[in-house]
Write a new protein. Structure first.
Length: 356
């Protein structure tokens, strides 16, 4: 099956053409203008699979139509700006590729089976009884691929693994996985809960947010923009939040950048430790995403503070490239770095839905 996968993200619209489970070509488009010409260059696909960060309670991929997109558009405020981008891209597909089925795959689906103890907020029962105000989790497509690769490296079936998956890119999340299923995760009702990221604040005391709102200096919409887009590394350093820019600032002696990176790593270590306690044992920790893949020195810094969990990296392996084991041979906890391949999971989701 030939599947065009589309992943709206921070770096642009990532497009890949996957044929029988193998990616034949990958491009990053600045906008959707290239979409109309994709079929001329790559051929007409059998299906298009679009990544959506939020699917509500949807447990797997679905075919999308106008009514379905309207439902997904209602979730835009829970995962800005990428949910809106996904809806916009999906709407352009009918005129660009008429007759080609469009499949939506959701990052939240991987976490649909979260235990209630991990998914429920300690809020009044009348608020939570409809199971809408709960922890949804994100980066599920990344988690799904990480489980597959970890099973290959460890030589174990997926359902036998106890794994912590760390998606470490522009956004950051940590997920505890047992038996191939998510049992706890750092992101919640929205992607801003949990670890600090490039522009997201991560978890903040709700009392602090209420206090600032109570001053009247910011509106709720301004607060949303601040927590999603103007906090994290960006807010602490007055930069774009790109970790490369912050690392460069730290190297030049910038004190704000040094503190920001210390907070960033500290909060990520806390989330990894918390995820580990949701498992009955820890077989492996797998790092994936752009920062994990392309910033080995920063990964080494992070690992230095995780020794109490039995997590250690071998410097020569940490400094390597590609999918690899970075821990010492025979380590109690295997440490992996794997490339984020949401394109393969998007294609797999479309094929499973359409072909059974």
């Amino acid at each position: 099956m030939r599947v065009l996968t589309l992943d709206p993200g921070a770096g642009g619209l990532k497009a890949a053409f996957v044929v029988h489970g193998d990616t034949t070509v990958t491009e990053v488009w600045a906008d959707t203008a290239a979409l109309a010409a994709a079929a001329d260059r790559w051929g007409v696909p059998d299906a298009v699979s679009v990544r959506f960060p939020h699917g509500g309670s949807r447990a797997g991929p679905v075919l999308v139509d106008h009514a379905g997109l309207a439902d997904l558009e209602r979730l835009v405020t829970l995962a800005p700006p990428y949910q809106e981008s996904s809806v916009r891209v999906a709407r352009l597909l009918e005129p660009s590729l008429p007759g080609v089925p469009v499949v939506a795959c959701f990052d939240t689906s991987f976490h649909c089976g979260l235990p209630e103890s991990a998914s429920r907020y300690a809020l009044p029962k009348k608020w939570t009884s409809q199971n809408r105000l709960r922890r949804y989790g994100f980066h599920g497509l990344s988690c799904r691929h990480t489980v597959r690769r970890a099973a290959e490296f460890l030589g174990k079936p997926e359902n036998a693994l106890r794994l912590v998956s760390v998606h470490w890119g522009a956004e950051v999340s940590v997920t505890a996985i047992s038996g191939g299923a998510s049992v706890d995760t750092s992101m919640g009702f929205t992607p801003i809960e949990g670890a600090v990221s490039a522009t997201h604040s991560g978890s903040v005391d709700p009392g602090l947010v209420l206090h600032v709102l109570g001053t009247g200096e910011v509106t709720p919409s301004e607060m949303t923009d601040t927590l999603f887009e103007r906090s994290g590394l960006a807010g602490m350093t007055d930069t774009s939040g790109d970790v490369r820019e912050v690392l460069s600032a730290r190297a030049s002696g910038n004190a704000d950048a040094e503190l920001a990176l210390a907070v960033y790593l500290h909060r990520l270590r806390r989330e990894i430790g918390a995820a580990a306690t949701s498992l009955d044992r820890l077989d492996a920790v797998a790092f994936t995403g752009g920062v994990a893949e392309h910033q080995p020195p920063l990964l080494a810094e992070l690992l230095e503070g995780l020794g109490t969990l039995g997590i250690h990296g071998l410097p020569s392996r940490v400094a390597g490239a590609g999918d690899r084991v970075v821990s010492v041979d025979g380590a109690l906890v295997t440490v992996l770095v794997v490339a984020a391949r949401e394109d393969l999971e998007l294609a797999r989701g479309a094929e499973e839905l359409l072909c059974g």
